[in-house]
Design a protein around this ligand. Structure first.
Ligand code: HEC
Length: 125
């Protein structure tokens, strides 16, 4: 019986040690990782399917502002602001970033336009 106790003790020590290591890893992970927002994938797919990238690039201004500039400008945008920007994509517009014109995207639904805006806002550096 006595012979059993020592190996058992060693196993318990090892297990608790390993446990401490994993929990240490777990506490740092969510901080290092970007929060996974489902809007990101949906918006990215829609931007790729539409003509957005003929005028917008992610990091450099093109015909329109870069998406990272847009994300910077509207950081912390609330639902009302997201709605307003989405309506502009649908209706088209000019004057905020310069004199170039964004063409209307009348066939887009409000929901899809908002998904794209949410994706763009996640591109903040
Ligand atoms: C014909 C070129 C063109 C296309 C196509 C285009 N954009 Fe734009 N976009 C612009 C221009 C130019 C501006 C800046 C308008 C301004 O200064 O008010 C702009 C501005 C924006 C803004 C910022 C709006 C604001 O008021 O600050 C967003 C967001 C945006 N576009 C998203 C999109 C999305 C999403 C698509 C695809 C559905 C798209 N754009 C397609 C040219 C374009």
């Amino acid at each position: 019986m006595k012979k059993m106790i020592l190996p058992l003790f060693a196993i318990v020590m090892l297990a608790s040690c390993g446990g401490a290591d994993t929990s240490g890893g777990k506490t740092t992970e969510p901080v290092a990782e970007k929060p996974k927002d489902p809007a990101y994938d949906k918006g990215l797919a829609l931007v790729a399917q539409n003509d957005c990238l003929t005028c917008h690039k992610i990091n450099e201004p093109f015909t329109g502002p870069s998406y990272s500039q847009v994300a910077e400008k509207y950081a912390g945008a609330d639902a009302a602001k997201i709605k307003e920007i989405s309506e502009k994509i649908i209706k088209g517009g000019t004057g905020v970033w310069g004199s170039a014109l964004m063409t209307p995207h009348a066939s887009l639904s409000q929901e899809d336009a908002e998904a794209m805006v949410k994706y763009i806002l996640l591109l903040k550096k």
